[in-house]
Structures are given as C-alpha cells and as structure tokens.
Design a protein around this ligand. Structure first.
Ligand SMILES: C[S@@+](CC[C@H](N)C(=O)[O-])C[C@H]1O[C@@H](n2cnc3c(N)ncnc32)[C@H](O)[C@@H]1O
Length: 226
C-alpha cells in the first residue's frame, strides 16, 4: 500500500479526481491511501496566515516555512518529500516508477509567488516540475504526479488497460490507435491493422513508434540512440 500525503491550501481540488476512475478504484482496492491536509490548519494566528512579503522586495507573496514544517511533522512523512515547483526537475516516467516503488509519497503544493526555499532545504525535499510552464498552484501538478504513480501500482490497471504498451514505458512514444468503423468521413484505418497478420501489425506499430519519437521527441530519440 502506498501512502500519499498532500499539503495544500485547496484540499477540495482533490476530492473528485481522487475518487474517480483508476485512482478511485485503487483507493477502494486498498492499493493507495490519501491524506490531504490543509496548510492553514498549521498556522497559529487568528487569520490563519500562510504567506508574507518576500525578503528583498518584489511582487507577490511567499508561503511561510513554519506551516509546511509542522504539517510534514504531523504527518510523520518519510522521504520522498516533493515540492511541486516550476523550477524543479522535470517529472518523467522514470520518476513515476521510482515513486510507485516506495511506501510513501508526500506532495507539497505551492501558491502565490513562491514557497520559502527553507522548506525545500530543511525538509530534504525534491523540487519537481510537470513541464516548462507556470501554473497558478501546485494542485494540478500534484494530481498529475498522483495519477501517473497510482496507475503503475500493481493491480491498479486491469489487463485491458495495461501500461506496458503506453508511451514512455519502453522509452518510445506509443503508436497511434484505431477502432471501428474501418472508414469514417473518408478517413481510413491503415490496411495492415485490418489484415489479421500479427507479425506485420507488430512491425507497423514498432515502426510508427520509432517514427513518431524521432519526429516529435528528438531529445528522447537521441538518448535511446546513444
Ligand atoms: C505561480 S507559481 C510560482 C512560480 C514561481 N514564482 C517560479 O517562477 O518558478 C505557484 C505554484 O504553482 C506550482 N507550479 C507552478 N508551475 C508549476 C509546474 N510547472 N510544475 C509544478 N508545479 C508548478 C508551484 O507549487 C508554485 O509554487
């Protein structure tokens, strides 16, 4: 069982997503357990203040360190502790695999201008980004990480949803998929997929996976080539 802790200013962002589809089923099956905690619960003033102006000046507010330290302490969270951050290392399939092999994962969501950097340093956290763009808060990023990790837990996917032929699993992008009807609005399913010849189909899929990876993700292709 994987324990996932999330520290957030918006716990309600997680309610629907964690209760439905594959993640919801994984919860029901006891493969994963979530503890979603409200950062404001770890403040001690009457306004439940979580942020303050940045040292050195500048626009925007910075989330204070104390509530994060107290929340992580209260959860007795063990590593990895992950701060969702646009300046983090890029979240990849490899990272999802590593997190899925652990027993606990703690995700700290930022908001406003930033999180006080002592949260990262003092908690020994990993900063993780889901892409080269800036979100308003860490919540959508945490949901991406959770979804990618949970679907890798043994038993989370049924056979028909098997992850092993998905993009990135073996390094390449996945080949395109088609279903009935064979012809739709003048768009045809490639003949080979209708041929019933399993060897030719496998060869076509492998060639398409290579072509798409080469064309769309030269960075991945170069790594695989090396
Ligand atoms: C407005 S952003 C802060 C961006 C920060 N000032 C910077 O330039 O890196 C607020 C919060 O959204 C989350 N966030 C934004 N972009 C993200 C990304 N690409 N990946 C993960 N989290 C992100 C982080 O938790 C961040 O603290």
């Amino acid at each position: 069982m994987l324990r996932v802790n999330v520290v957030t200013l918006f716990p309600e962002s997680f309610t629907a997503a964690l209760g439905s589809s594959i993640v919801g089923r994984a919860v029901a099956a006891g493969l994963v357990r979530f503890r979603i905690v409200q950062l404001r619960d770890y403040t001690h003033d009457k306004h439940h203040t979580v942020d303050d102006a940045p040292y050195g000046g500048g626009a925007g507010m910075v989330l204070k360190p104390e509530p994060f330290f107290e929340a992580v302490g209260d959860l007795q969270a063990t590593p990895p502790i992950v701060v969702l951050s646009a300046r983090g290392q890029l979240f990849t399939h490899e990272l999802a695999v590593r997190y899925s092999l652990g027993t606990e994962l703690t995700l700290l969501c930022g908001h406003y201008k930033d999180i006080d950097n002592r949260v990262v340093v003092g908690l020994g956290a990993e900063e993780v980004s889901i892409g080269d763009f800036v979100l308003t808060g860490g919540e959508p990023a945490a949901l991406c990480v959770v979804d990618a990790v949970v679907r890798l837990l043994p038993g989370a996917l049924g056979d028909h949803e098997s992850a092993s032929s998905d993009s990135h699993y073996e390094g390449l992008l996945a080949p395109p998929s088609y279903t009935r009807p064979p012809s739709y609005r003048g768009l045809e399913v490639p003949d080979v997929l209708l041929s019933g010849d399993h060897d030719r189909i496998a060869a076509w899929r492998a060639a398409e996976a290579e072509r798409l990876t080469r064309e769309r993700r030269p960075d991945i292709w170069k790594k695989l080539d090396a």
